[in-house]
Design a protein around this ligand. Sequence first.
Ligand code: DSN
Length: 425
Amino acid sequence: MQKDNLVFDLIKKELERQRNGIELIASENFTSLQVMQAMGTVPTNKYAEGYPGKRYYGGCEVVDEIENLAIDRLKKIFNCSWTNVQPHSGASANAAVFLAVMKPGEKFMGLDLSMGGHLTHGSPANFSGKTYHAIHYGVTKEGIVDYDQLEARARAEKPKMIICGASAYSRDWNYERIRAVADEVGAIVFADIAHPAGLIAKGLLNDPFEHCHIVSSTTHKTLRGPRGGIIMLRNDFENPWGIKDPKGNLRMMSSLLDLAVFPGSQGGPLEHVIAAKAVAFGEILSNEFALYGKQILANAQVMAKAFVNRGYNLISGGTDNHLMLIDLRNKGITGKKAQETLDRAHITVNRNSVPFDDKSPFVTSGMRLGVPAVTTRGMKEEHMEMVAAMIDKVILNVHDDKTVADVRVKVKEMMQQFPLYPELG
Ligand code: DSN
């Protein structure tokens, strides 16, 4: 068959885009070459519905080994007794958790999307808000999770499940406090750690597993693996909520979750992606990954201070993790305009609503920045200072095409010091 140059030329173009730009989208990262190589391999040809040792297809003996390796490594990373590595994405992992523990119409509580939460934590536009009865907690005027409000709502509304976790929240979580109120009202605590998982993996942030019944994550953000999802239990447990499987049997939580992934919400697992997850999990177990996590935290601290020193309004005043959420209203620019103009300078960020935003989610008053990807490129504290200065220059000169073009040239020059996938030519 002839090589499909149309597609491969576009892939090459995307490689050049990634090489030449400063990637600050908080949820993105660059996998190692071997993670990517594992993804483009022959397990993609294999159907393996079911779980290792219990498949609905023949010929699964090798993918069983691959999946068991991924499971074992992930258990070791987070000191878990059970994990499921099959979810195709974070949203799929969360859908399976809902399916396992909630009946349609039952009530749960999550952080409001407009305050930094995630679509799958109860947005009316998402299955979570359409299928279940979503209520929310928010953040205080200072931008910190409003634990008083969370507790008061939990006591008044008695949700069956409380979700902690966010997409645009720069502070660590008080999982212990959430678990205490959940125990009072009989709720399940579910932590979605998609954003900070890589930092939690190395003990650099509070440990959700100590206090949360169920934990999910994506694998492609700070975990630096292929795009995908996972679900984990530190300790499996008989569910005291009397949740039954579709046949009416009481089961352990691990079994309910396995059933909710397959056959509940997915068919054949993506074993080539699971192979890549296994490679990434092996990398996370290394000491080098701990250094990476520490560098993320150091870089985020320097970048946050550099913005504060330039008069930017960081929600909550700073960061504990890898990301910053910046309210741009005092700079007279919307999130949309900032994102679009920075794009022209090859600095990639995303516009983001800020708490109590007066603009639509399409326009927004804020931008979200994260340092996991630039840290993977090898950037250190001194580069964070330089990047903040370049962003500031663009934002203060949005109507000056020459300044934006000058920054673009500087960005390209700078990124040549941090080669990305040189092996790919
Ligand atoms: N879209 C992801 C993010 O950017 O945070 C969350 O799913």
